[in-house]
Design a protein around this ligand. Structure first.
Ligand SMILES: [Zn+2]
Length: 452
Protein backbone atom coordinates (compact mmCIF):
# COMPACT_ATOMS: atom_id res chain seq x y z
CA UNK A 1 0.00 0.00 0.00
CA UNK A 2 2.31 2.70 -1.20
CA UNK A 3 0.59 4.61 -3.97
CA UNK A 4 -2.74 6.32 -4.25
CA UNK A 5 -5.38 4.44 -6.20
CA UNK A 6 -8.28 5.59 -8.27
CA UNK A 7 -11.27 3.59 -9.44
CA UNK A 8 -13.58 4.71 -12.22
CA UNK A 9 -16.89 3.08 -13.10
CA UNK A 10 -20.09 1.91 -11.44
CA UNK A 11 -20.13 2.10 -7.65
CA UNK A 12 -22.94 0.62 -5.55
CA UNK A 13 -23.33 0.93 -1.79
CA UNK A 14 -25.86 1.41 0.98
CA UNK A 15 -26.62 4.66 2.74
CA UNK A 16 -29.21 3.06 5.03
CA UNK A 17 -31.43 -0.02 5.30
CA UNK A 18 -33.50 0.80 2.22
CA UNK A 19 -31.22 3.35 0.58
CA UNK A 20 -29.23 1.72 -2.17
CA UNK A 21 -27.10 4.19 -4.08
CA UNK A 22 -26.07 3.28 -7.62
CA UNK A 23 -23.44 5.68 -8.97
CA UNK A 24 -22.63 5.57 -12.65
CA UNK A 25 -19.34 7.00 -13.80
CA UNK A 26 -18.23 7.17 -10.20
CA UNK A 27 -14.71 7.99 -9.21
CA UNK A 28 -13.20 6.90 -5.93
CA UNK A 29 -9.77 8.03 -4.79
CA UNK A 30 -7.91 6.05 -2.16
CA UNK A 31 -4.95 7.54 -0.36
CA UNK A 32 -1.76 5.63 0.49
CA UNK A 33 -3.24 5.11 3.97
CA UNK A 34 -6.11 3.08 2.46
CA UNK A 35 -8.74 5.72 3.27
CA UNK A 36 -11.26 7.11 0.77
CA UNK A 37 -10.33 10.72 0.04
CA UNK A 38 -12.89 11.46 -2.66
CA UNK A 39 -16.08 10.00 -4.08
CA UNK A 40 -17.23 11.89 -7.16
CA UNK A 41 -20.33 11.13 -9.20
CA UNK A 42 -21.06 11.37 -12.90
CA UNK A 43 -17.52 11.92 -14.14
CA UNK A 44 -17.41 10.59 -17.72
CA UNK A 45 -14.32 8.61 -18.66
CA UNK A 46 -13.13 11.42 -20.97
CA UNK A 47 -13.20 13.96 -18.11
CA UNK A 48 -11.53 11.61 -15.72
CA UNK A 49 -7.98 12.86 -16.26
CA UNK A 50 -9.13 16.45 -16.03
CA UNK A 51 -10.77 15.74 -12.68
CA UNK A 52 -7.53 14.29 -11.37
CA UNK A 53 -5.22 16.91 -12.84
CA UNK A 54 -6.02 19.46 -10.16
CA UNK A 55 -5.04 17.03 -7.44
CA UNK A 56 -1.94 15.75 -5.84
CA UNK A 57 -0.21 13.44 -6.50
CA UNK A 58 0.24 13.82 -10.24
CA UNK A 59 -1.85 11.49 -12.35
CA UNK A 60 1.07 9.22 -13.23
CA UNK A 61 1.46 8.41 -9.56
CA UNK A 62 -2.00 6.89 -9.25
CA UNK A 63 -2.68 3.23 -9.70
CA UNK A 64 -5.69 3.45 -12.00
CA UNK A 65 -8.49 0.86 -12.14
CA UNK A 66 -11.05 1.28 -14.91
CA UNK A 67 -14.19 -0.78 -14.43
CA UNK A 68 -15.70 -1.99 -17.68
CA UNK A 69 -19.42 -2.23 -18.32
CA UNK A 70 -20.78 -5.14 -16.29
CA UNK A 71 -18.19 -4.61 -13.56
CA UNK A 72 -18.84 -2.59 -10.42
CA UNK A 73 -17.52 -1.82 -6.96
CA UNK A 74 -19.37 -2.73 -3.77
CA UNK A 75 -18.23 -2.57 -0.13
CA UNK A 76 -16.67 -5.71 1.36
CA UNK A 77 -19.01 -8.12 3.12
CA UNK A 78 -19.18 -8.23 6.92
CA UNK A 79 -19.74 -11.68 8.43
CA UNK A 80 -20.97 -11.03 11.96
CA UNK A 81 -21.07 -14.67 13.09
CA UNK A 82 -18.58 -17.27 11.99
CA UNK A 83 -17.07 -20.36 13.64
CA UNK A 84 -13.60 -20.66 12.15
CA UNK A 85 -12.93 -24.22 13.45
CA UNK A 86 -16.05 -25.43 11.65
CA UNK A 87 -14.53 -24.61 8.26
CA UNK A 88 -13.57 -28.27 7.87
CA UNK A 89 -16.94 -29.72 8.97
CA UNK A 90 -19.25 -27.68 6.78
CA UNK A 91 -22.10 -29.72 5.39
CA UNK A 92 -21.90 -32.46 8.01
CA UNK A 93 -24.51 -33.47 10.55
CA UNK A 94 -27.59 -32.17 8.82
CA UNK A 95 -30.94 -33.33 10.24
CA UNK A 96 -29.61 -33.42 13.80
CA UNK A 97 -31.03 -31.19 16.50
CA UNK A 98 -28.64 -28.54 17.70
CA UNK A 99 -27.40 -30.07 20.96
CA UNK A 100 -26.93 -33.48 19.29
CA UNK A 101 -25.11 -31.82 16.41
CA UNK A 102 -22.73 -30.16 18.89
CA UNK A 103 -22.10 -33.46 20.65
CA UNK A 104 -21.68 -35.73 17.66
CA UNK A 105 -20.11 -33.50 15.03
CA UNK A 106 -18.89 -30.17 16.32
CA UNK A 107 -17.17 -30.91 19.61
CA UNK A 108 -15.12 -33.85 18.24
CA UNK A 109 -14.09 -31.64 15.32
CA UNK A 110 -13.22 -28.56 17.37
CA UNK A 111 -11.20 -30.70 19.80
CA UNK A 112 -8.70 -31.29 16.97
CA UNK A 113 -7.55 -27.68 17.29
CA UNK A 114 -5.50 -28.66 20.32
CA UNK A 115 -2.90 -29.43 17.65
CA UNK A 116 -1.41 -26.10 16.49
CA UNK A 117 -0.31 -27.56 13.15
CA UNK A 118 -3.83 -28.71 12.39
CA UNK A 119 -5.13 -25.29 13.45
CA UNK A 120 -2.70 -23.51 11.15
CA UNK A 121 -3.67 -25.65 8.19
CA UNK A 122 -7.44 -25.33 8.61
CA UNK A 123 -7.43 -21.65 9.62
CA UNK A 124 -5.22 -20.73 6.72
CA UNK A 125 -7.69 -22.33 4.32
CA UNK A 126 -10.59 -20.73 6.22
CA UNK A 127 -9.30 -17.15 6.03
CA UNK A 128 -8.36 -17.61 2.35
CA UNK A 129 -11.78 -19.08 1.68
CA UNK A 130 -13.67 -16.21 3.25
CA UNK A 131 -11.52 -13.56 1.57
CA UNK A 132 -12.15 -15.28 -1.75
CA UNK A 133 -15.87 -14.90 -1.09
CA UNK A 134 -15.52 -11.22 -0.32
CA UNK A 135 -15.69 -11.28 3.47
CA UNK A 136 -13.45 -8.38 4.41
CA UNK A 137 -14.55 -8.33 8.08
CA UNK A 138 -15.40 -11.42 10.12
CA UNK A 139 -16.32 -11.99 13.73
CA UNK A 140 -14.82 -15.40 14.46
CA UNK A 141 -15.42 -17.85 17.25
CA UNK A 142 -12.23 -19.84 17.70
CA UNK A 143 -12.03 -23.17 19.48
CA UNK A 144 -11.43 -23.27 23.24
CA UNK A 145 -7.66 -23.46 22.68
CA UNK A 146 -5.56 -20.35 23.32
CA UNK A 147 -2.73 -21.42 21.04
CA UNK A 148 -5.00 -22.10 18.06
CA UNK A 149 -6.87 -18.84 18.65
CA UNK A 150 -3.61 -16.88 18.50
CA UNK A 151 -2.75 -18.64 15.25
CA UNK A 152 -6.10 -17.59 13.78
CA UNK A 153 -5.44 -13.96 14.77
CA UNK A 154 -1.93 -14.11 13.26
CA UNK A 155 -3.30 -15.49 9.99
CA UNK A 156 -6.03 -12.85 9.69
CA UNK A 157 -3.46 -10.11 10.17
CA UNK A 158 -0.99 -11.68 7.75
CA UNK A 159 -3.59 -12.30 5.03
CA UNK A 160 -5.18 -8.89 5.52
CA UNK A 161 -8.64 -9.72 6.82
CA UNK A 162 -10.24 -7.44 9.38
CA UNK A 163 -11.39 -9.72 12.18
CA UNK A 164 -12.65 -10.16 15.67
CA UNK A 165 -11.13 -13.36 17.00
CA UNK A 166 -12.34 -15.01 20.20
CA UNK A 167 -11.14 -17.87 22.33
CA UNK A 168 -14.33 -19.81 22.99
CA UNK A 169 -15.21 -20.14 26.70
CA UNK A 170 -16.90 -23.38 27.74
CA UNK A 171 -16.37 -25.24 30.99
CA UNK A 172 -19.45 -27.45 31.25
CA UNK A 173 -21.99 -29.37 29.20
CA UNK A 174 -19.28 -30.31 26.76
CA UNK A 175 -17.33 -33.57 26.72
CA UNK A 176 -14.35 -34.03 29.06
CA UNK A 177 -12.00 -34.03 26.10
CA UNK A 178 -13.23 -30.62 24.95
CA UNK A 179 -13.90 -28.15 27.69
CA UNK A 180 -11.98 -25.64 29.79
CA UNK A 181 -10.58 -27.44 32.85
CA UNK A 182 -11.56 -24.71 35.31
CA UNK A 183 -13.05 -21.23 35.40
CA UNK A 184 -9.60 -19.87 36.22
CA UNK A 185 -7.89 -21.57 33.29
CA UNK A 186 -10.62 -20.40 30.91
CA UNK A 187 -10.22 -16.78 32.04
CA UNK A 188 -6.42 -17.02 32.04
CA UNK A 189 -6.42 -18.34 28.46
CA UNK A 190 -8.73 -15.49 27.50
CA UNK A 191 -6.39 -12.88 29.01
CA UNK A 192 -3.51 -14.58 27.26
CA UNK A 193 -5.24 -14.27 23.86
CA UNK A 194 -6.18 -10.64 24.54
CA UNK A 195 -2.54 -9.85 25.30
CA UNK A 196 -1.32 -11.65 22.18
CA UNK A 197 -3.72 -9.80 19.89
CA UNK A 198 -2.78 -6.47 21.46
CA UNK A 199 0.84 -7.32 20.86
CA UNK A 200 0.42 -8.10 17.15
CA UNK A 201 -1.99 -5.21 16.45
CA UNK A 202 -1.50 -2.66 19.23
CA UNK A 203 -4.08 -0.21 17.93
CA UNK A 204 -6.60 -2.97 17.22
CA UNK A 205 -6.85 -1.60 13.73
CA UNK A 206 -7.45 -4.92 12.01
CA UNK A 207 -7.74 -7.50 14.76
CA UNK A 208 -9.46 -7.43 18.11
CA UNK A 209 -10.10 -10.11 20.64
CA UNK A 210 -13.81 -10.72 21.08
CA UNK A 211 -15.03 -12.16 24.38
CA UNK A 212 -16.76 -15.38 23.40
CA UNK A 213 -18.79 -17.27 25.99
CA UNK A 214 -20.07 -19.98 23.64
CA UNK A 215 -23.48 -19.71 25.28
CA UNK A 216 -24.79 -19.83 28.83
CA UNK A 217 -25.29 -23.60 28.62
CA UNK A 218 -21.54 -24.20 28.45
CA UNK A 219 -20.54 -21.59 31.06
CA UNK A 220 -20.89 -21.75 34.83
CA UNK A 221 -22.00 -18.61 36.62
CA UNK A 222 -18.45 -17.87 37.78
CA UNK A 223 -17.15 -18.03 34.22
CA UNK A 224 -19.83 -15.68 32.90
CA UNK A 225 -19.13 -13.34 35.83
CA UNK A 226 -15.38 -13.44 35.14
CA UNK A 227 -15.92 -12.61 31.49
CA UNK A 228 -18.22 -9.77 32.52
CA UNK A 229 -15.39 -8.41 34.67
CA UNK A 230 -12.98 -8.56 31.74
CA UNK A 231 -15.58 -6.79 29.56
CA UNK A 232 -15.94 -4.05 32.14
CA UNK A 233 -12.20 -3.56 32.48
CA UNK A 234 -11.69 -3.52 28.69
CA UNK A 235 -14.31 -1.30 27.11
CA UNK A 236 -12.65 -1.68 23.71
CA UNK A 237 -13.38 -5.40 23.46
CA UNK A 238 -16.44 -6.69 21.62
CA UNK A 239 -18.47 -9.58 23.05
CA UNK A 240 -20.30 -12.36 21.21
CA UNK A 241 -22.56 -15.23 22.13
CA UNK A 242 -25.55 -17.24 20.92
CA UNK A 243 -28.89 -15.82 21.98
CA UNK A 244 -32.39 -17.33 21.82
CA UNK A 245 -31.36 -19.58 18.96
CA UNK A 246 -33.61 -22.62 19.28
CA UNK A 247 -36.28 -24.01 21.59
CA UNK A 248 -34.11 -26.93 22.72
CA UNK A 249 -31.33 -24.50 23.66
CA UNK A 250 -33.68 -22.02 25.37
CA UNK A 251 -35.41 -24.59 27.55
CA UNK A 252 -32.08 -26.12 28.65
CA UNK A 253 -30.81 -22.63 29.52
CA UNK A 254 -33.90 -22.10 31.67
CA UNK A 255 -33.26 -25.28 33.66
CA UNK A 256 -29.64 -24.22 34.27
CA UNK A 257 -30.51 -20.65 35.28
CA UNK A 258 -33.98 -20.91 36.90
CA UNK A 259 -33.71 -17.48 38.49
CA UNK A 260 -33.74 -15.69 35.14
CA UNK A 261 -36.90 -15.20 33.17
CA UNK A 262 -35.09 -14.83 29.87
CA UNK A 263 -31.67 -14.70 28.22
CA UNK A 264 -31.55 -10.90 28.10
CA UNK A 265 -31.73 -10.70 31.89
CA UNK A 266 -29.25 -13.54 32.21
CA UNK A 267 -26.51 -12.02 30.06
CA UNK A 268 -27.17 -8.53 31.35
CA UNK A 269 -26.80 -9.75 34.93
CA UNK A 270 -23.28 -10.97 34.12
CA UNK A 271 -22.27 -7.74 32.39
CA UNK A 272 -22.25 -9.29 28.93
CA UNK A 273 -25.01 -7.25 27.32
CA UNK A 274 -23.54 -3.97 26.08
CA UNK A 275 -23.39 -1.90 22.94
CA UNK A 276 -20.43 -4.07 21.93
CA UNK A 277 -22.40 -7.34 22.16
CA UNK A 278 -23.07 -9.32 19.01
CA UNK A 279 -25.99 -11.64 19.67
CA UNK A 280 -26.24 -14.46 17.21
CA UNK A 281 -29.65 -15.60 15.99
CA UNK A 282 -32.26 -13.90 18.23
CA UNK A 283 -34.92 -16.08 16.62
CA UNK A 284 -37.38 -15.90 19.50
CA UNK A 285 -37.71 -12.44 20.98
CA UNK A 286 -40.35 -11.35 23.47
CA UNK A 287 -41.46 -7.72 23.57
CA UNK A 288 -39.39 -7.33 26.74
CA UNK A 289 -36.23 -8.69 25.09
CA UNK A 290 -36.69 -6.56 22.00
CA UNK A 291 -36.86 -3.52 24.26
CA UNK A 292 -33.78 -4.53 26.26
CA UNK A 293 -31.73 -5.20 23.13
CA UNK A 294 -32.83 -1.87 21.67
CA UNK A 295 -32.16 0.11 24.86
CA UNK A 296 -28.74 -1.43 25.41
CA UNK A 297 -27.99 -1.10 21.66
CA UNK A 298 -26.76 -4.66 21.20
CA UNK A 299 -26.13 -5.89 17.66
CA UNK A 300 -27.86 -8.92 16.15
CA UNK A 301 -26.15 -11.44 13.86
CA UNK A 302 -28.90 -12.89 11.69
CA UNK A 303 -27.85 -16.34 10.40
CA UNK A 304 -30.74 -17.47 8.23
CA UNK A 305 -28.98 -20.47 6.71
CA UNK A 306 -28.19 -22.32 9.93
CA UNK A 307 -31.52 -21.22 11.40
CA UNK A 308 -33.30 -23.14 8.68
CA UNK A 309 -30.98 -26.11 8.27
CA UNK A 310 -29.92 -27.22 11.75
CA UNK A 311 -32.73 -29.58 12.73
CA UNK A 312 -35.14 -29.04 15.57
CA UNK A 313 -36.87 -26.03 14.20
CA UNK A 314 -37.42 -23.76 11.28
CA UNK A 315 -36.34 -20.51 12.78
CA UNK A 316 -36.92 -17.19 11.08
CA UNK A 317 -35.68 -14.26 13.13
CA UNK A 318 -37.87 -11.13 13.17
CA UNK A 319 -35.54 -9.00 11.05
CA UNK A 320 -38.30 -6.65 9.86
CA UNK A 321 -39.04 -5.93 13.52
CA UNK A 322 -35.35 -5.25 14.21
CA UNK A 323 -35.23 -2.80 11.32
CA UNK A 324 -38.50 -1.16 12.37
CA UNK A 325 -37.05 -0.51 15.84
CA UNK A 326 -33.65 0.47 14.50
CA UNK A 327 -31.99 -2.45 16.29
CA UNK A 328 -28.61 -2.96 14.65
CA UNK A 329 -28.65 -6.15 12.55
CA UNK A 330 -26.28 -7.79 10.09
CA UNK A 331 -25.73 -11.20 8.52
CA UNK A 332 -23.69 -14.18 9.67
CA UNK A 333 -22.73 -17.25 7.70
CA UNK A 334 -22.46 -19.41 10.87
CA UNK A 335 -20.88 -21.61 8.30
CA UNK A 336 -20.56 -24.89 10.19
CA UNK A 337 -24.27 -25.06 10.78
CA UNK A 338 -25.53 -24.80 7.25
CA UNK A 339 -24.91 -25.51 3.62
CA UNK A 340 -22.90 -22.45 2.66
CA UNK A 341 -20.13 -20.15 3.79
CA UNK A 342 -21.16 -17.43 1.38
CA UNK A 343 -22.63 -14.10 2.42
CA UNK A 344 -24.36 -14.02 -0.96
CA UNK A 345 -26.19 -17.18 0.06
CA UNK A 346 -26.92 -15.65 3.47
CA UNK A 347 -28.55 -12.69 1.67
CA UNK A 348 -30.71 -15.04 -0.42
CA UNK A 349 -31.67 -17.09 2.61
CA UNK A 350 -32.50 -13.87 4.48
CA UNK A 351 -35.08 -13.24 1.75
CA UNK A 352 -36.47 -16.75 2.23
CA UNK A 353 -36.62 -16.29 6.02
CA UNK A 354 -38.37 -12.96 5.59
CA UNK A 355 -40.96 -14.63 3.36
CA UNK A 356 -41.56 -17.07 6.21
CA UNK A 357 -41.93 -14.15 8.63
CA UNK A 358 -44.44 -12.49 6.35
CA UNK A 359 -46.57 -15.64 6.45
CA UNK A 360 -46.07 -16.12 10.21
CA UNK A 361 -47.06 -12.51 10.91
CA UNK A 362 -50.08 -12.67 8.58
CA UNK A 363 -48.65 -10.01 6.35
CA UNK A 364 -47.49 -7.62 9.09
CA UNK A 365 -43.76 -8.15 8.57
CA UNK A 366 -43.18 -7.56 4.89
CA UNK A 367 -40.55 -9.51 3.01
CA UNK A 368 -37.10 -7.87 2.81
CA UNK A 369 -35.92 -6.22 -0.40
CA UNK A 370 -32.63 -6.75 -2.25
CA UNK A 371 -31.52 -3.32 -1.02
CA UNK A 372 -32.21 -4.38 2.56
CA UNK A 373 -30.38 -7.70 2.46
CA UNK A 374 -27.43 -5.95 0.79
CA UNK A 375 -27.47 -3.38 3.60
CA UNK A 376 -27.42 -6.23 6.17
CA UNK A 377 -24.37 -7.75 4.45
CA UNK A 378 -22.41 -4.48 4.39
CA UNK A 379 -23.30 -1.34 6.37
CA UNK A 380 -25.65 -3.22 8.72
CA UNK A 381 -22.89 -5.67 9.62
CA UNK A 382 -20.44 -2.82 10.14
CA UNK A 383 -22.89 -1.22 12.56
CA UNK A 384 -23.28 -4.52 14.44
CA UNK A 385 -19.50 -4.59 14.89
CA UNK A 386 -19.41 -0.86 15.84
CA UNK A 387 -17.19 -0.32 12.80
CA UNK A 388 -19.56 1.92 10.82
CA UNK A 389 -17.21 4.89 11.18
CA UNK A 390 -14.53 2.95 9.32
CA UNK A 391 -16.18 0.53 6.88
CA UNK A 392 -19.56 -0.53 5.46
CA UNK A 393 -19.87 1.87 2.54
CA UNK A 394 -17.82 4.34 0.49
CA UNK A 395 -18.35 7.52 2.52
CA UNK A 396 -15.34 9.80 2.28
CA UNK A 397 -13.00 9.23 5.21
CA UNK A 398 -13.82 5.54 5.60
CA UNK A 399 -11.30 2.85 4.80
CA UNK A 400 -11.49 1.19 1.43
CA UNK A 401 -12.82 -2.34 2.02
CA UNK A 402 -14.26 -3.27 -1.34
CA UNK A 403 -14.99 -5.90 -3.95
CA UNK A 404 -14.70 -5.57 -7.68
CA UNK A 405 -17.57 -7.60 -9.04
CA UNK A 406 -17.39 -8.77 -12.62
CA UNK A 407 -20.26 -10.22 -14.55
CA UNK A 408 -17.72 -11.69 -16.97
CA UNK A 409 -15.62 -13.91 -14.75
CA UNK A 410 -12.43 -15.45 -16.08
CA UNK A 411 -13.67 -18.90 -15.17
CA UNK A 412 -17.11 -19.64 -16.56
CA UNK A 413 -19.67 -18.97 -13.86
CA UNK A 414 -23.38 -19.43 -13.52
CA UNK A 415 -24.45 -15.85 -12.92
CA UNK A 416 -27.41 -14.76 -15.02
CA UNK A 417 -26.12 -13.47 -18.35
CA UNK A 418 -25.88 -9.74 -18.83
CA UNK A 419 -27.80 -8.34 -21.79
CA UNK A 420 -27.32 -5.16 -23.77
CA UNK A 421 -30.15 -3.20 -22.25
CA UNK A 422 -29.37 -4.12 -18.61
CA UNK A 423 -28.96 -1.18 -16.26
CA UNK A 424 -26.28 -1.28 -13.55
CA UNK A 425 -29.02 -1.99 -11.00
CA UNK A 426 -30.23 -4.97 -13.05
CA UNK A 427 -26.70 -6.37 -13.29
CA UNK A 428 -26.30 -5.84 -9.54
CA UNK A 429 -29.50 -7.80 -8.83
CA UNK A 430 -28.37 -10.60 -11.12
CA UNK A 431 -25.11 -10.82 -9.16
CA UNK A 432 -26.75 -10.73 -5.73
CA UNK A 433 -29.20 -13.49 -6.62
CA UNK A 434 -27.14 -15.73 -8.92
CA UNK A 435 -23.46 -14.76 -8.73
CA UNK A 436 -20.76 -16.46 -6.69
CA UNK A 437 -17.11 -16.09 -5.76
CA UNK A 438 -16.09 -16.44 -9.42
CA UNK A 439 -17.65 -13.03 -9.99
CA UNK A 440 -15.63 -11.45 -7.19
CA UNK A 441 -12.60 -10.43 -9.18
CA UNK A 442 -10.69 -8.49 -6.55
CA UNK A 443 -10.99 -7.91 -2.83
CA UNK A 444 -9.50 -4.95 -0.95
CA UNK A 445 -9.08 -4.35 2.76
CA UNK A 446 -7.96 -0.82 3.63
CA UNK A 447 -6.79 -0.42 0.06
CA UNK A 448 -4.70 -3.59 0.04
CA UNK A 449 -5.54 -6.27 -2.50
CA UNK A 450 -6.13 -9.48 -0.52
CA UNK A 451 -7.54 -11.99 -2.97
CA UNK A 452 -5.08 -13.94 -5.08
ZN1 LIG B 1 -22.95 -20.12 15.93
Amino acid sequence: MTSSQVFHGTVIHSLGPDQLEVIENGLIIIGPDGAISDLAKSIPRELFQQHLSSRKPAIEDYEIHYLERGDFLIPGFVDTHNHAPQWAQRGLGQSMHILDWLDKVTFPNEARFRDPEYARRVYSSCVDGFLQQGVTTASYYGSMHAEATKILADLCLEKGQRAFVGKCNMNRNAPDYYRDATVESSLKDTEDCIAHIRAIDPEGHFIKHVLTPRFAITCEDALLAGLGEIAKANPDLPIQTHFNEAEQEMSFTKTLFPSFENEADLYEHFGLLTKRSILAHCCYMSEYELERVKDIECGVAHCPISNMTVGGGFMAAPVREFLRRDIRVGLGTDSGGGFSSSILDAMRQALVASNAREVMSQGQDKVLSIAEVFYLATLGGARVCCLEDRVGNFAVGKEFDALIVSSKSRRPGVMTMVEGEDTPQTIFEKFIMTGDDRNIKQVFVRGRSVKD
